[in-house]
Design a protein around this ligand. Structure first.
Ligand SMILES: Cc1cc2nc3c(=O)[nH]c(=O)nc-3n(C[C@H](O)[C@H](O)[C@H](O)COP(=O)(O)O)c2cc1C
Length: 229
């Protein structure tokens, strides 16, 4: 057993630049077996994972990039998030700070540089150069609970990857082109696509991998109730 849970939690971050070194299939299977130890409502385990490497991943990337460049964005399969200008506070401010940190500070892309931003965003569709692209789906019968279970599974997978010295990036951006994903993958009709996950070895020399995100303090989101109340 390698590392501690605390270490995995503290070193997990979204990696957006990977080395090409492959991850053996047996290792991916091990990570998925670990993630499958995640809790789920009544142990329903409503998830499925589609694992792409090699030519299959390249073919998907090619089609995703074509759809992206043609502006063939599709409405979501489910209401994943509001439009960019419809987020309420405090989420709007946190999103803006995240975007500033990633685009301006880490990548040096000016706020008005749409081409620069698009150039980076496109890299989602080759899984940021990771050798493994995963697509997570869950049963929509029923959806809300399954999405909670999917989140638990996703975190389990990301932490298991850290335990193995690997890095990940969850990718909701793939959802914009879900018909392309469905053409390439055997997604059951009663499943929704939750997100992609890039998996591999971080390219530690890449400046994007210096990017870190802050967190709100515990007192801002936790309420404690004790004998005095
Ligand atoms: C469900 C989900 C979807 C995400 N989608 C994307 C994505 O499409 N592209 C991307 O670069 N990051 C994506 N992220 C990463 C978030 O931006 C990141 O988790 C957040 O900014 C916190 O940073 P950290 O993961 O480095 O701690 C996603 C994260 C989650 C949990």
């Amino acid at each position: 057993m390698s590392g501690t849970v605390e270490e995995a939690l503290l070193t997990r971050r979204s990696c957006r630049a990977f080395r090409a070194d492959p991850v053996p299939r047996a290792q991916v299977e091990r990570l998925l077996a670990l993630a499958a130890r995640s809790a789920s409502n009544s142990n329903c385990q409503p998830w499925q994972v589609h694992v792409l490497t090699g030519a299959a991943k390249r073919a998907l990337t090619e089609d995703l990039l074509r759809a992206h460049d043609e502006g063939a964005r599709s409405a979501g399969e489910f209401a994943y998030q509001p439009g960019a200008d419809q987020w309420p506070e405090p989420f709007r401010g946190r999103r803006r700070r995240f975007g500033d940190g990633l685009y301006r500070e880490a990548l040096g892309i000016a706020p008005g540089d749409t081409a620069g931003r698009t150039g980076h965003h496109r890299r989602n569709y080759d899984f940021f150069g990771a050798p493994v692209g995963l697509v997570l789906t869950v049963s929509r019968l029923p959806l809300q609970g399954a999405l909670v279970d999917a989140g638990v599974f996703l975190q389990g997978l990301m932490l298991a990857a850290r335990g193995a010295g690997l890095h990940t990036c969850a990718q909701a951006s793939l959802l914009d082109y879900h018909p392309v994903l469905r053409r390439h993958l055997r997604v059951p009709g009663d499943h929704v696509i939750v997100c992609g996950v890039a998996l591999g070895h971080a390219d530690e020399d890449h400046r994007l991998n210096d990017h870190r995100t802050p967190r709100e303090p515990v007192t801002s989101f936790a309420s404690f109730y004790d004998d005095g109340r």
